[in-house]
Design a protein around this ligand. Structure first.
Ligand SMILES: [Zn+2]
Length: 379
């Protein structure tokens, strides 16, 4: 179909993101909203979902007054009047006097304030229908069962690997404490769970957890593995003293002791900021607590990519700490941090944190050939 990309990009970033200040309607204001007029009636989401379903802006994303439906500057909908650009107010205007009709300031695919938006045209509806019937990722929405709530049980614990931290000890051969996340998915408070586990396929050991988790609350649980490499498999059998009522979310495996070989002590640090650079600061310390590298006080602007060359001597532990004073990390607009070795291989990375995240990694020389490895863990 004209005006659409043949390749839709990554499936896991295919969706709609909304700023809280434009999401929802002030008609339902209960004192907790943070909406910003004039985009405070929920029409931003209507507009963005319009894009999600194949619509373009009514001015064809180009300052021209073309009306030909096949022209690539157009929105491919002949029944939207020609427009020379976006409109920012509800005042009637005709930006293309040579083409008949005023700009359709009522159209959801303009930039006009929410209060005057109220229409998709017939051609826009046809275009949405065509996308819904043909585009692979939209086609399946019509038969998706994802919006049907699953049945809830009284006693349903869930076990997941803790992915934010790599499961490694600081120091070669040091035994690892593996981390899992225990959720309560049941309607009863979760006060106990029986969790048998095996390390590297060995004898079954037992962890008996007790605590008090409300529905959908979680706790990170630590299991000492006694080894520095391999894997640990764990599963929940009992929740609140009875058999767990949902088997499908009970088992989890954590890989431990992953290492990345490095051939020199040279590393590259990358920090992709979000638009709120002034909120972010970070530091790297060695095992003596000496700050080797640090940064912060960045500009609030279009997100900058910060890169630095680091030299990290072998046989030492390093602590990397990153902070966000607002508590929203850097991930919401694609921010991340990465530490790479001299070959460009990723050693450590992160993006999903709130106020602060800290990771420890270890640079170990393995032989006189100067092959080293890096291990990391979260604390
Ligand atoms: Zn748009």
């Amino acid at each position: 179909m004209g005006g659409l990309n043949a390749v839709g990009g990554y499936a896991d970033t295919d969706g709609v993101v909304a700023n809280y200040s434009t999401f929802g309607s002030s008609d339902y204001e209960d004192g907790s909203f943070m909406l910003a007029a004039p985009y405070d009636k929920g029409r931003t989401m209507t507009h963005e979902v319009g894009h999600f379903l194949g619509l373009r802006h009514i001015w064809g994303d180009n300052t021209s007054c073309v009306v030909n439906a096949t022209d690539s500057n157009k929105d491919y909908c002949p029944d939207t009047p020609a427009a020379n650009g976006p409109n920012g107010s509800c005042v009637t205007s005709n930006s293309c006097p040579t083409a008949p009709g005023n700009d359709m300031i009522e159209n959801y695919m303009d930039y006009t304030p929410d209060t005057c938006m109220n229409i998709f045209t017939i051609n826009q509806k046809d275009r949405i229908t065509a996308v819904m019937s043909n585009s692979p990722r939209r086609l399946e929405l019509k038969t998706s069962l994802a919006d049907i709530a699953i049945p809830l049980f009284a006693n349903d614990a869930e076990l997941k690997p803790e992915k934010n931290c790599s499961q490694n000890a600081c120091g070669a051969g040091v035994p690892v404490t593996a981390q899992f996340i225990l959720y309560n998915r049941g309607t009863n408070p979760l006060t106990s769970a029986t969790v048998p586990y095996t390390v590297n396929g060995g004898a079954v050991q037992m962890m008996n957890w007790t605590g008090n988790l409300a529905q959908d609350a979680y706790e990170i649980i630590n299991i000492a593995t006694g080894v520095s490499s391999g894997s640990i498999s764990a599963r929940i059998v009992n929740a609140n003293g009875v058999a767990d009522q949902r088997i499908s979310n009970n088992a989890a495996v954590v890989a431990i002791g992953n290492s990345v070989p490095v051939s020199s002590t040279n590393f590259t640090f990358e920090l992709q900021l979000d638009p709120y650079g002034s909120e972010v600061s970070w530091e790297l310390k060695n095992s003596a607590g000496v700050t080797l590298y640090s940064g912060g006080g960045y500009q609030d602007s279009s997100p900058a990519l910060i890169t630095q060359a680091w030299n990290l001597p072998v046989n030492d532990c390093y602590t990397f700490t990153i902070n966000d004073t607002y508590g929203d990390g850097i991930y919401t607009t694609g921010g991340y941090y990465k530490i790479k070795n001299s070959a460009g291989t990723l050693v450590l990375s992160g993006q999903d944190y709130t106020y602060s995240q800290q990771k420890i990694f270890n640079v170990v020389q393995l032989s006189f050939l100067e092959t080293s490895e890096v291990k990391q863990k979260c604390i």
